[in-house]
Design a protein around this ligand. Structure first.
Ligand code: PAF
Length: 281
């Protein structure tokens, strides 16, 4: 397995792989890898000849009051996991390699980024779309794999790829959950034992919504209120958003007639966690 640290070296490697007829798959990550990331790698291996995993904690997608400095970083552990899982290349650039002091260019996707996580994390998606564009330009992948836990992120990246005519196939992989159904996330590392228990409310409330829909409830207001009440029974938990949206357009739904994506963001203590679930009628 190779480790590549510079844009130039990554582009040269990508060019020679492409010349040799290899299909390149990219798994963009911020490190602190867990089984969710490894499932993206497995998917990328199925879809390509050479898998590049990028590890870069991207400063531009963190707000001023967010956890950039505290974000878990352990390159040696990530490297061991990636060797064992069969990655071919780790692309691991430093911050000043990606954002030298002369840096001034950002990629923004309108509208889709204004709601849900975009509303509570201003500038977050601008950082994501900018770094993903830069990763695409360095790694030159034929396909890139993203996790469905970040439901809005996937929609935004798909929009960007289509709108900017990027020649990259965007592939998604299902959410990987712990045994007790908590969606895997690097931020789970921050939870205390009690908070870890409280965090189960995310999946439990999604399940509750699914049950209500299965039992025939179609009024989104009523479903939202029912799961809000369930979440607010917990003292240490507060709601950022709960929305029932159209899975394709991300538009809010008032009355369920077809497929619906239930998306939520919840603070457990100070830790903001997200999850989502799709229900098809
Ligand atoms: O999902 C993530 O880990 C990040 O947002 C990504 C796509 C690697 C961009 O920094």
């Amino acid at each position: 397995m190779k480790i590549i640290n510079t844009v130039k070296a990554m582009q040269q490697e990508a060019d020679s792989l492409r010349m040799a007829g290899k299909r390149i798959g990219l798994v963009p990550t911020m490190g602190a890898l867990h089984d969710g990331h490894l499932s993206l790698l497995t998917m990328a291996k199925e879809k390509s000849d050479i898998v590049v995993v990028s590890i870069f904690v991207n400063p531009t997608q963190f707000g001023p009051d967010e956890d950039l400095d505290a974000y878990p970083r352990d390159f040696d552990r990530d490297e061991r996991l990636l060797i064992r899982a069969g990655a071919d290349i780790i692309y691991y650039p430093a911050v000043d390699e990606m954002y030298p002091t002369s840096y001034h260019t950002y990629v923004t996707v309108d509208t889709l980024t204004e709601k849900l996580c975009g509303a509570s994390r201003p500038g977050h998606f601008r950082g994501v779309t900018t770094i993903v564009t830069k990763l695409f330009n360095a790694v030159k992948p034929h396909c890139a794999v993203f996790g469905e836990k970040d439901f809005q992120q996937v929609a935004v990246i798909r929009r960007m790829a289509v709108d900017l005519n990027m020649d990259v196939e965007i592939i998604t992989a299902p959410i990987v959950r712990e045994k007790d159904s908590l969606a895997m996330s690097s931020r789970n590392n921050y939870l205390s034992i009690e908070e870890r228990q409280d965090a189960l409310i995310l999946y439990n409330s999604l399940e509750k919504a699914r049950k209500l829909i299965r039992e025939g409830m179609r009024d989104v207001d009523k479903i939202s209120k029912a799961i809000e009440a369930l979440i607010l029974e917990k003292d240490n938990v507060s709601i950022d958003y709960i929305n029932l949206i159209h899975p394709g357009t991300l538009e809010d739904i008032q009355h369920i007639e077809d497929s619906v994506q239930i998306v939520l963001a919840v603070f457990v203590g100070k830790i903001r966690l997200i999850d989502n679930l799709r229900v098809d009628l």
